[in-house]
Ligand binder design. Structure first.
Ligand code: HPA
Length: 261
């Protein structure tokens, strides 16, 4: 089996891997650069979401190329990481949250591989947007490692690249959001369409706008990420070791209704 790791802000290198090689994957949506390597017996594909050196802003990420590229490399399970602001008092900076729901406030992205025409039409179920089977693996891994991983959280995805206004954060809070970031949508959506098992670990780097006592900066986000990266890596290593393949996982069959209309 091959496991994909999508590294978000502050997670740019596949430090935990051995037998490393770089590869360019040409997809119908564009070319991506990944690092292939091994962790123990497992083959891993590492993809820095923002490109090498954090050069691509959230609204310009080629989400379709990223997900299709992993698919072309025979990846079946994906663990993604991201930095987030928190609007939930129970989720302070430094904590990690295993996402279980999202609210989409993006405005100008491509959300599907299925645009009609030759690609076909499909309406995919997102009752459980993040693979429940792989979520359980991460929760067990965290428990075994003695790492605090908050088991549920609703991610609000904004368009960015600006941070939010306090009024937006107040509104997101009323709507049931816990965390705010700029990248999980459409990544999670496309992963399910591509039949990948996908989970996402959010590391809280700051209180969201209006809750934070000071203006937000990217520097602060990166600093808190760096201060907690060892814990995140430990969680990834344990999870990779514990992950197994399951061809019957419903995630792999999400588009079974394709062209059935
Ligand atoms: N808002 C949006 N994205 C973020 C934040 C935030 O407060 N922190 C880290 N990524």
């Amino acid at each position: 089996m091959r496991i994909g790791i999508i590294g978000g802000t502050g997670v740019y290198d596949p430090e935990i891997l051995s037998d490393i090689s770089e590869e360019e994957v040409v997809t119908p949506y564009g070319t991506i650069k990944v690092t292939l390597g091994k962790f123990g017996e497992k083959e891993v594909v590492f993809l820095p979401r923002h490109g090498a050196g954090h050069k691509v802003p959230p609204h310009k990420i080629n989400y379709r190329a990223n997900i299709w590229g992993l698919k072309m490399l025979d990846v079946t399970e994906v663990i993604s990481t991201s930095a987030v602001g928190s609007l939930n008092k129970e989720m302070p900076p430094g904590e990690m949250v295993l996402l279980d729901q999202f609210l989409d406030f993006t405005k100008n992205r491509v959300y599907t591989f299925y645009d009609g025409g030759p690609a076909g039409v499909v309406h995919v179920d997102y009752s459980e947007p993040y693979c429940p089977r792989v979520r359980e693996v991460l929760l067990a891994a965290a428990k075994e490692e003695g790492i605090n991983l908050i088991p549920k959280g609703t991610y609000v995805c904004t368009e960015g690249p600006r941070y939010e206004t306090p009024a937006e954060i107040k509104a997101f809070s009323v709507l049931g959001g816990d965390l705010v970031g700029m990248t999980n949508v459409p990544e999670v959506v496309l992963a399910r369409e591509a039949g990948l098992c996908y989970v996402s670990v959010a590391l809280v780097t700051n209180w969201a706008a209006g809750i934070s006592p000071h203006p937000l900066t990217h520097k602060e986000v990166v600093e808190i990420m760096n201060a907690n990266i060892a814990k995140l890596r430990r969680l990834l290593m344990k999870s990779i070791t514990a992950l197994t393949e399951d061809p019957d996982c419903p995630c792999h069959h999400a588009t079974r209704e394709l062209n059935q209309f």
